[in-house]
Ligand binder design. Structure first.
Ligand code: ADP
Ligand code: MG
Length: 251
């Protein structure tokens, strides 16, 4: 199917029966879920429950063992699908910022725009400055990553993703590597993005963020979705013993 035929009314992300095995280890055991356009879905769960594998499967950084993945209605496991094209619609932000250390912030923000989207230099720089403004770092365009705090580097990584004009953003524990006093500035940028209507799938341990910003909260354990629902309800009144156990350890 041509990726030009994006179905605008299709869910942003739809997983059906997603299974992922590493050898004998079944890490995802049949995951079904849908993220609608504009929705903010937070994913919580113990270490090793499959959260990162789930996120990485969404843009085929991990190849599923079974099941289906639809991005904006496009079957991305269809060999006819141009996966690189679909990936440009999906921004990813990881725990580690992965900025190029030998490039300035502006260089980091323009390289993929130029190489992948084939934007001209002036256009790429204009977009980069706009996105730096959105994350509150307009004055850091010429700085090198090593001269920035962890929180600033993560905000640059978010700006870098936004420069590609993604339809949705995936976050994998974006604040877990940060000193506690730097977490708030990154969460504030993410909250602003959510308020602007960005579709977001966020793996996080920040329960306050999940409660206040999330439209839906998913609790994963052992490669399955144990429970999902309104974040306030799930956090205040978890229905499953495994959810209660987990929350009693982290809240
Ligand atoms: P989480 O993000 O919830 O901590 P992960 O998705 O990272 O969990 O990992 C789930 C399980 O999959 C773990 O048991 C982990 O060891 C295993 N796993 C993840 N990636 C790989 C890989 N590339 N090769 C083998 N096992 C992996
Ligand atoms: Mg993880």
């Amino acid at each position: 199917m041509s990726t030009d035929l994006i179905k605008v009314d299709a869910p942003a992300i739809e997983l059906r029966g997603l299974v992922k095995r590493f050898g004998d280890n079944e890490v995802l055991r049949g995951i079904d879920f849908t993220v609608r356009a504009g929705e903010v879905v937070c994913v919580i769960g113990p270490s090793g429950s499959g959260k990162s594998t789930l996120l990485r499967s969404v843009n085929l950084l991990e190849e599923p063992s079974d099941g289906n993945i639809f991005i904006e209605g496009i079957d991305i496991l269809d060999p006819e699908t141009d996966i690189d094209r679909v990936r440009t619609r999906i921004g990813m932000v990881f725990q580690s910022f992965n900025l190029f250390p030998h490039m300035t912030v502006l260089g980091n923000l323009t390289i993929a725009q130029r190489r992948v989207l084939k934007r001209g230099k002036a256009e790429a720089q204009r977009v980069a400055h706009e996105m730096l403004g959105r994350v509150g770092l307009s004055e850091k365009a010429d700085a090198y990553p090593s001269h920035l705090s962890g929180g600033q580097q993560q905000r640059v990584a978010i700006a870098r993703a936004l420069c590609m004009n993604p339809d949705m953003m995936l976050f994998d524990e974006p604040t877990s590597a940060l000193d506690p006093e730097l977490v708030g500035e990154v969460l504030a940028v993410m909250r602003a993005l959510a308020d602007e209507g960005m579709t977001m799938l966020v793996v996080t341990h920040e329960m306050g963020f999940a409660r206040e910003v999330g439209d839906r909260l998913i609790f994963m354990d052992g490669g399955v979705i144990v429970e999902e629902g309104n974040p306030r309800e799930v956090l205040a009144n978890p229905q499953h013993e495994r959810t209660r156990n987990f929350l009693s350890r982290v809240l």
